[in-house]
Ligand binder design. Structure first.
Ligand code: BDP
Length: 647
């Protein structure tokens, strides 16, 4: 597509396939997609593709379609073979060969089977159909307008959506929710009279094995159906949902299901009728069940009108307190979608204690690819290591978050209609990494990063090493110059970009750091605080309970400590704050220099876009450093050991 960055699917990545002879066996729409891919590559590079037998370098074979997503890869006797028993498996096997490049055709005999750890790997788009007066078109979007919606309706030309589906399939994603979880009036109607627009989008994504989901409002029976109530136990309400859902499936037979944000930040929900969230979710699950659909019910429920003077309410506790008592009550096709941390996508949070605490419920874990709190795609912040830590976290010391997410892995999308897809071209690495980690939560994120670099930028050694050094540690760098030691939320209220040390301190949102002249942090211990630490299984409940065993990076999330408190790193809290803020800025400066040195190796438009973002990142990092350091210097009166300038 003209003017659109090919991201990790540049033409050249198809050369190894496009110069060879390929046999494709099997039939169906996804086999046709694979055939189209191979034929396109052959047209560009001179190879050949056929559906008959003969002598071949590559055989892609679908034997049946049992709906599975795995594939077997084999190399021997001068031929590479991918066999799948499900059509999506063939598609993923094909992209596996693309990723291997020439290696796929080197003559060492081997055989391996692959399958995704999780059956649902989904992106949630917080896209509004109509531009919202405060949130714009894409809520928390930093990559231009929506890929799906334009001028208040679905785009007429869906070529870009199709290209998006292709990118997603190439990293293993199989589901997309196409509208914002905050469902405004226009968007509500996508469920009913505007379902045809959703069907068009679903049609553009389907050839790449992607099922479409829709965010719906719990109040739909009232706002769209004219009913007096949306009570989930009311028969007429249930009948309304059953009918509405049947109409959705008439338009989109492979529709994935609903995403619901209920009783959260002003969205309607079952509480208004004295019903539980299991009642609410199960009503929608019942409407979807006959059609094979799933409801993704979000667990992001807390009081956003909190009295900041009341120290007994702790937002971190809320999701667990609401939902864990409901374990076992959710229908089989209801998935409870939990943010990975208990608060809200901060640069550092502990893993949500809900994960692992609801063995009788299918949970999906939600990550945030869109960089709301991690630099808004103006800062380089590759989130692979953070997500990998989360997914590999052993909730009871053993079973991992990744394995507990039986309902799937979800990320809030970071793309828009920007030519580079993600605003900051290097933020594409987050999208790619999410897909690959959702497929295999135990994958080494650094290998994934290398893979993304090689596909996107080629394998020139200088360039690859430079990119790796810029991206690899970028999340830790970001953490250093922003809010320290897990304290979080020292951001500008509303848009959440840039520092505001007390921006949320006396607000109703439940996000406080409690800094005073003696110390900082939130006491969430059982012994003297909010008791949140007690929501964890052992050993974590014990580890987090005491400041002596709590990991440094989460200290202020769990404890209120003095500025002189000694960290495991043998630095005091205050000196750690000073040091990390100076280091963070220095690291951004070094990354910016490194990027500048790659100028001759990177396409000029891409280079210029990233260079421009680095200027802003450096400015912003300095602003963070100066505000945070000055704030704590003035609160504590403790001078920097190293005598650097603090204002
Ligand atoms: C917060 C965002 C807000 C979202 C909310 C959510 O600031 O825009 O609506 O999460 O997840 O992080 O529903």
């Amino acid at each position: 597509m003209q003017g659109v960055d090919p991201a990790w699917l540049p033409d050249v990545a198809f050369r190894p396939i496009g110069t060879r002879r390929t046999l494709i066996r099997g039939s169906g729409p996804l086999v046709d997609t694979v055939h189209g891919e191979v034929a396109g590559a052959c047209e560009r590079f001179g190879g050949r593709v056929s559906r008959e037998s003969g002598s071949y370098d590559l055989v892609l074979e679908l034997d049946g379609d049992d709906g599975s997503e795995g594939f077997v890869y084999e190399r021997g006797d001068g031929c590479t073979t991918v066999t799948a028993s499900g059509a999506r498996g063939l598609l993923y096997g094909f992209f596996h060969v693309v990723r291997l490049g020439e290696t796929a055709f080197l003559d060492d005999a081997r055989r391996a089977s692959y399958r995704p750890e999780s059956a649902l790997r989904m992106l949630d788009h917080w896209d509004n159909v109509a531009v919202h007066p405060v949130m714009g078109q894409v809520e928390r979007g930093y990559a231009g307008g929506s890929l799906f919606w334009e001028d208040g309706r679905a785009r007429g030309d869906l070529e870009r959506v199709r290209a998006y589906g292709r990118l997603l399939a190439a990293c293993g994603i199989n589901a997309v929710a196409v509208n914002n979880v905050n469902v405004h009036a226009t968007e509500a109607r996508l469920l009913t009279d505007r379902i045809g627009e959703v069907a068009d989008i679903a049609g553009a994504l389907r050839p790449y094995g992607i099922r479409t989901h829709l965010s719906v409002t719990f109040a739909a029976p009232v706002v769209l159906g004219g009913l007096a109530s949306a009570d989930p136990l009311d028969e007429s309400v249930r009948a309304w949902w059953a009918e509405a859902t049947a109409r959705v499936y008439a338009a989109i037979p492979d529709f994935g299901g609903f995403v619901v944000k209920a009783d959260s930040e002003g969205q309607p929900g079952p509480f208004a009728y004295g019903r539980s969230h299991a009642d609410g979710a199960n009503m929608l699950a019942a409407a979807l069940a006959p059609h094979g659909g799933t409801v993704h019910w979000r667990a992001f429920v807390y009081n956003h009108h909190q009295d900041w003077r009341d120290r007994s309410t702790d937002r971190a506790r809320a999701a667990y307190d609401h939902f864990v008592p409901l374990d076992g009550e959710f229908a089989d096709n209801a998935v409870l979608q939990v943010k990975h941390g208990p608060m809200d996508f901060q640069a550092r949070e502990p893993v949500s204690p809900m994960i692992g605490a609801m063995p009788g419920t299918r949970l999906a874990v939600e990550l945030q690819a869109t960089q709301e709190y991690t630099g808004q795609q103006r800062h380089v912040c590759w989130l692979g290591p953070m997500w990998s830590e989360v997914l590999r976290f052993g909730i009871d010391g053993e079973s991992s978050v990744g394995a507990s997410a039986r309902g799937g892995l979800v990320a809030v999308a970071n793309v828009g209609d920007d030519p580079f897809w993600t605003g900051h071209p290097l933020a594409q690495a987050n999208l790619y990494t999410f897909g690959r980690l959702a497929w295999d939560p135990n994958a080494d994120p650094h290998h994934v990063l290398d893979e993304w670099i090689r596909l996107t930028f080629g394998s020139g050694p200088g360039l690859a090493a430079g990119l790796r050094s810029i991206l690899d540690g970028s999340w830790r760098t970001y953490e250093k110059y922003t809010a320290s030691l897990g304290v979080g939320f020292m951001v500008q209220p509303g848009h959440h970009y840039g520092p505001s040390v007390d921006g949320y301190e006396y607000s109703p949102w439940g996000t406080y750091h409690f800094a005073d002249r003696d110390g900082v942090g939130v006491d969430r211990s059982v012994a003297s605080g909010t008791g949140y630490a007690g929501q964890y299984a052992k050993p974590w409940a014990d580890v987090y309970e005491s400041p002596l065993s709590c990991p440094d990076e989460l200290l202020l999330f769990f404890h209120h400590v003095s500025y002189g408190h000694m960290l495991h790193s043998s630095k005091t809290v205050i000196q750690h704050i000073y040091d990390t803020h100076f280091e963070g800025v220095a690291e951004v400066g070094a990354a910016r220099e490194r990027w500048a040195s790659l100028v001759d190796l990177v396409d000029p438009a891409r280079h210029a876009r990233v260079a421009e973002r680095f200027e802003e990142q450096l400015r912003s990092a300095r602003e963070w450093r100066d505000q945070v350091n000055s704030y704590f210097f003035r609160k504590s009166g403790v001078a920097d050991e190293r005598g650097r300038t603090i204002y």
